[in-house]
Design a protein around this ligand. Structure first.
Ligand code: CUA
Length: 322
């Protein structure tokens, strides 16, 4: 079950988390430090383990041998084995300093996106344009984008290993990172700090686009929801407003303005549903509306026990929110 869910999510956008495939200057700096440090540690391990093995093989006690010659200190050796570790630590400190400079420059005065971690999804608000979306975060490729990270409830951790460092979201204490992609592409991100039942299904996608595509996306996101195209969808919208849906969700252009759950104004344009637990398809949307707890146990959306025809009407409406 878990494996199949993972594969479904994997097919939803990029594929799997890629820790060793940096696609931005910030992520590359971290990757290079990891490689250099890894080589240094491997060499130290090889020398220490080699000396132990050598001593075990060559210097073991044998029948009839007396004690070895006793040595009481050697100033040269003491200085050498104090100095070498000190130099290694100083070198690693310098490399780390350099990496921190490259991967984590000071915050911009005004963030390009404010991202808020919720149990268990991500809200993205673009203060400069007013766009609000969830779990699918678009950025223009080729330039650093400043992100302010907040939390609506508990500690989460925002992590797109191909594009940036990871950073904790703390309630009441905004944090900051820079995110960047060398080229257009879709990158999988995860929550990397345990935050409750559905921590594992707090995926998100970073969609890096050309500046023109990004501008077009922002413009499309700012348009209010289209009117229902047919009677069934119109009944879906009416249901949405009569039942409890609008207590939690917003759809711009309708009476629904709540911000507890994801903003659904352009839900149909997103690739994933339930923060990556399934692909955003009609069949999965029906499953979700029939019983969210079956799709994502523990999700904050309860089972409203809609009838089959109500599920169809709601699906007919929500699907059209492109
Ligand atoms: Cu949010 Cu783990």
């Amino acid at each position: 079950m878990i494996a199949s869910q993972f594969l479904i999510a994997a097919s939803a956008g990029s594929d799997v988390i890629k820790v060793f495939d940096p696609q931005s200057p910030q992520a590359r700096a971290i990757f290079h430090l990891a490689i250099v440090a890894g080589i240094i540690f491997a060499v130290i391990f090889a020398i220490v383990a080699g000396m132990i093995v050598y001593a075990l093989m060559r210097c073991r006690w044998r029948e009839g041998e007396g004690d070895p010659k006793q040595v009481a200190g050697n100033t040269t050796v003491e200085i050498v084995w104090t100095l070498i570790p000190c130099l290694i630590v100083v070198a690693l400190f310098a490399l780390t300093w350099q990496t921190m400079d490259a991967s984590d420059p000071p915050a911009a005065p005004e963030p390009d996106i404010v991202i808020t971690g919720h149990q268990w999804w991500w809200e993205a608000h673009y203060p400069k344009s007013g766009v609000v979306t969830a779990n699918e975060i678009h950025i223009p490729a080729g330039r650093p984008f400043s992100i302010r990270l907040e939390s609506a409830d508990v500690l989460h951790e925002f992590w797109v290993p191909q594009l940036a460092r990871k950073m904790t979201t703390v309630p009441g204490h905004p944090n900051h990172i820079w995110i960047e992609s060398d080229h257009p592409g879709t990158f999988l991100g995860v929550c990397s700090e345990f935050c409750g039942t559905e921590h594992a299904w707090m995926h998100f996608l970073i969609v890096a686009e050309t500046p023109e595509q990004f501008q077009a996306w922002e413009k499309a996101q700012l348009t209010p929801a289209a009117a229902p195209p047919n009677d069934s969808a119109a009944r879906g919208l009416a249901l949405f407003q009569q039942m409890s849906c609008m207590n939690c969700h917003a759809i711009d252009g309708t009476a629904a303005i709540a911000g507890v759950g994801p903003n659904l104004t352009h839900f149909g344009s997103r690739k994933i549903l339930g923060a990556g637990v399934v692909d955003n398809t009609r069949a999965n949307l029906r499953r979700w509306l029939t019983d969210p707890q079956e799709v994502k146990p523990g999700a904050k959306m309860p089972n409203f026990k809609f009838t089959d025809s109500q599920v169809t009407e709601l699906t007919d409406y929500i699907e059209t929110l492109q």
